[in-house]
Design a protein. Structure first.
Length: 303
């Protein structure tokens, strides 16, 4: 088996591999005998499989699939997943509590498992140094052990859970290094709960693509962000600037708000890099590239 897996002499850590590392640490089994990940989302399982095969030249016939299902027709489940994944499904277990099928993808190679697990410490150091790698790592981690925190339906923050102190330290350092924010950490039932809060940070998280690999969580992040009164007022001003540069009084008139409210809001947005000032007296504002990206993500929301 080992001769069907390539161990590179040198390995470039790119964004795809950083995503796999995050996904593996959140959804994987870290053992001496095999590497494996499990999830209910077949697209995520396939993404992990394809990236790993490409980087390490893994023969796809080495993968083994285990399925847990609430469907009592186990042979039908096996045939369906074998056709869908184009992989050998070797075990299907009945679990009456399962809301949907859970797929475990496993590579039974002690040789590769030892190599890959040794790399994780080195990967962690390299991931921390580059923001794009950190974001890809978090994107992979978030689909498993990341969540959106809401208060009264509005976005409050995002959270991560882990039983590993090493993983906890890496996540905390990523936010300290790349966002200048030290997350709040608490221990609950043997797990570390890591929380990052603040409306300005949530704006950055949306622009940076947090939860992009999980459609429901991404949608929840954006929708709960838009429910905040702070966001709703600012989006009105961004929409007004969407058609081109404007002065404060023109913006205020177009959205039926006081010029003082507009002035205060855009002053904050300027500090966040969401708008540019074209003229100081009178002040003329335009959306920056960053602001245009945010407005595009929000879909020019009608608020």
């Amino acid at each position: 088996m080992t001769n069907k897996v390539t161990i590179p002499i040198s390995l470039d850590l790119d964004e795809e591999l950083a995503w796999c590392v995050g996904f593996y640490l959140a959804e994987g089994d870290k053992t001496r005998d095999y590497i494996g990940v499990s999830n209910c989302n077949v697209d995520l399982i396939k993404k992990f499989e394809v990236i790993m095969e490409e980087i390490f030249k893994i023969d796809k016939n080495l993968w083994r699939v285990h399925v847990k299902t609430s469907n009592k027709r186990l042979d039908d489940v096996r045939a369906s997943w074998k056709a869908s994944l184009d992989l050998d499904v070797i075990n299907v277990l009945y679990n009456g509590l399962a809301r949907e099928d859970n797929i475990e993808l496993r590579l039974n190679s002690r040789y590769f498992a030892e190599f890959f697990n040794r790399l994780l410490e080195e990967f962690s150091r390299r991931i921390l140094k580059i923001k794009s790698l950190s974001l890809s790592f978090l994107e992979g981690y978030e689909v498993g052990d990341g969540s959106v925190i809401r208060r009264k339906g509005c976005l409050y923050g995002i959270a991560f859970t882990t039983k590993s102190e090493v993983n906890k330290d890496l996540i905390v350092k990523i936010f300290e290094v790349h966002y200048g924010k030290k997350p709040r950490v608490r221990v609950n039932k043997g797990c570390f709960e890591i929380e990052v809060c603040g409306v300005n940070l949530m704006t950055e998280f949306i622009i940076d693509g947090h939860f992009s690999s999980h459609k429901n969580k991404r949608r929840d992040l954006i929708n709960s962000y838009l429910k905040k009164e702070y966001t709703r007022s600012h989006v009105r001003y961004w929409n007004a600037l969407g058609s081109g540069p404007k002065g404060i009084f023109d913006i205020a008139e177009s959205v039926n708000r006081s010029h003082w409210s507009v002035r205060e809001a855009l002053s904050k947005d300027f500090k966040l890099g969401l708008v540019n000032v074209l003229n100081k007296k009178p002040k003329i504002y335009e959306l920056s590239g960053k602001g245009k990206k945010l407005l595009d993500i929000l879909g020019g929301a009608n608020v």
